[in-house]
Design a protein around this ligand. Structure first.
Ligand code: NDP
Length: 336
């Protein structure tokens, strides 16, 4: 496993990071979740990403249990705040001082740790003054409950404004967590150049497009049993944007490229996001430990320029590049 610095900081993270959205506390049983975390640890992954909203707080509990007994100093644990949790009361949401201060304590209890390495704003909150949010994050860091701060799906402009305040307040905003894959490249025009300038890295989610880029979904065929596309607890809805025949057939055209590199298609997809030097980590999910074992082998792979071009030719116009999609992925007002 190779490690990369997270933004302009001294923190090193595993370039393949394990995330537990839709799986822990939901799609998979606790035994399978623990087996995936075990496989991650055994194969060099030291960085784990979760959020209070995953499975309405249960994912943090499952991850905390699975990591129990591990040496804390050898792990990097990331979580997030913004989306509604618990009874979804009027203040159980957003980035107000009240919600941030209450949420960090809840997350630490569930994760069974005294601090998280990275605390992330899961979306931009249009209803809280940015100064209030950043002051609250500064206090979370000063209290030793988080070491660094990050954001997720913020636009380039929002990142710039948040970063300026973090500098004034004396804490480090070092990461952005956007969706990024061969199919979804909306960060390339604005978020990445701004982040490079400010010393911020991307930790990218759904690098395998939720499993689609593994090539296991065939156009016109029923999805394999047990896959995310069959998960009626939320997975099937989330993956539906990619489950279209034109996308699935273009994805099949990537197989010869993967073969040429002696990689599986999932490994090719992970290696592809890691070619971008502003990406600190590919944030990969798994429903089974075998997937983790397969996926970690993408670490350290270099895809020659000629094959990068062939990937673009194979995918053609199905690639989404519109930078406006970043803003569109966040609610205009709080969800409750
Ligand atoms: P991926 O693109 O890595 O998809 C993971 C899923 O793909 C697995 O659960 C599995 O699903 C399938 N899969 C993985 N490896 C293989 C393989 N080798 N062969 C076949 N299928 C495979 O990422 P996720 O969508 O899970 O997101 C990863 C993480 O990103 C999350 O856990 C979370 O931490 C973060 N995230 C952050 C968001 C944000 O807003 N900040 C939003 C979404 C995610 P199955 O077996 O069920 O088909």
């Amino acid at each position: 496993m190779d490690f990369r610095y997270l933004g302009n900081s001294g923190l090193k993270i595993s370039e393949i990071t394990y995330g537990n959205w839709l799986t822990h506390g939901s799609q998979v049983e606790n035994d399978a979740a623990t087996a995936c975390v075990r496989a991650a640890l055994d194969n060099g992954i030291s960085t784990f990403d979760t959020a209070d909203v995953y499975a309405n707080t249960k994912a943090e509990v499952v991850l905390g249990e699975a990591l129990k007994g591990e040496r804390r100093e050898s792990l990097e644990i990331f979580t997030k705040v913004y989306w509604p949790t618990g009874p979804s009361g009027k203040n159980d949401v957003g980035l107000s001082r009240k919600h941030i201060m209450e949420s960090i304590d809840g997350s630490l209890t569930r994760l069974q740790t005294g601090y998280v390495d990275l605390y992330q704003a899961h979306r931009y909150d249009t209803e809280t003054p940015l100064e209030e949010t950043m002051r609250a994050f500064a206090d979370v860091v000063r209290a030793g409950k988080a070491l660094y701060i990050g954001v997720s799906e913020w636009t380039a402009e929002q990142i710039r404004a948040g970063h300026a305040l973090s500098q004034d307040l004396g804490f480090q905003l070092i990461s952005s967590q956007p969706q990024y894959s061969m199919l979804w490249r909306v960060i390339e025009d604005e978020v990445v150049p701004t982040s490079r300038e400010l010393g911020i890295s991307q930790i990218v989610w759904s690098p395998i497009a939720q499993g689609v880029l593994s090539g296991k979904y065939q156009p016109g065929e029923t999805p394999p049993a047990g896959s995310r596309a069959t998960d009626d607890k939320g997975g099937a809805d989330m993956i539906s944007r990619f489950m279209k025949d034109d996308v699935l057939s273009r994805v099949q055209d990537l197989r010869p490229v993967a073969d040429e590199l002696d990689l599986t298609m999932a490994q090719l997809a992970i290696a592809w996001v890691l070619q971008n030097d502003n990406v600190a980590a590919a944030l990969v999910g798994a429903s089974r430990p075998e997937q983790v074992v397969e996926n970690v082998k993408a670490s350290g792979v270099r895809i020659p320029d000629e094959l990068m071009k062939r990937i673009d030719e194979a995918l053609g116009e199905i690639v989404e590049r519109d930078p406006a999609k970043t803003a569109a992925s966040a609610p205009e007002t709080r969800p409750v």
